[in-house]
Design a protein. Structure first.
Length: 160
């Protein structure tokens, strides 16, 4: 009797464990918030590009997304979003472009906006499974707001 009870408990435990971890929620799979800016930079593939050149690539990617939206061409949007999702890191630490006293705040921005950008991009990727162009467009607007908010905070606030 006691053994049967124990087995039942074990079975329930096993089932809940399987349900919890076998179907990992999407936000855990695709969404890896980073501990700090250094770790964030190290998680990306290193390139020989400057931070500004990475931004130019972002600009091209965003242009593709815009062109894709107006032509209702999902493959173009996907290419642009994929460029944003898999962007490499710059050759030098990104925070080299700000004044010494601004480094901690810029690191915070990097962490915050990286998370927001990738979350937005992931949501757009999911929405591309639908034909809800209005919502896709709204989410692209949301994504571009992250770009612009970081620019408002930093573009006129660099070292030189
Ligand atoms: C973490 C903050 C941050 C985020 C997020 C960000 N940018 Fe930037 N961006 C900058 C900074 C800082 C500069 C200025 C770099 C410089 O002049 O060295 C810049 C510059 C640019 C430039 C101008 C490059 C040039 O030739 O002067 C473009 C284009 C650009 N960003 C596009 C984007 C797009 C598109 C996104 C969103 C998908 C984005 N950025 C997200 C910080 C950010």
């Amino acid at each position: 009797m006691k053994k049967q009870y124990l087995l039942k408990k074990l079975f329930i435990f096993f089932c809940s464990f399987t349900i919890l971890f076998a179907k990992q929620p999407d936000f855990l799979i695709h969404y890896h918030p980073h501990q700090n800016a250094k770790e964030l930079v190290q998680s990306k593939e290193k390139s020989s590009l400057t931070y500004k050149q990475i931004m130019k690539e972002f600009g091209k990617a965003y242009y593709m997304v815009q062109e894709g939206i107006i032509n209702q061409d999902k493959s173009l949007i996907r290419i642009g979003i994929e460029k944003i999702q898999n962007h490499p890191s710059s050759k030098n630490n990104p925070w080299n472009i700000v004044k010494k006293e601004d480094v901690p705040a810029f690191k915070e921005s990097l962490l915050y906006y990286d998370e927001q950008l990738h979350k937005s991009a992931f949501e757009i990727e999911e929405l591309l499974e639908t034909d809800d162009w209005t919502t896709i467009n709204n989410n692209i607007f949301k994504l571009s707001n992250h770009c612009i908010n970081c620019h408002i905070a930093w573009k006129d606030n660099l070292k030189n």
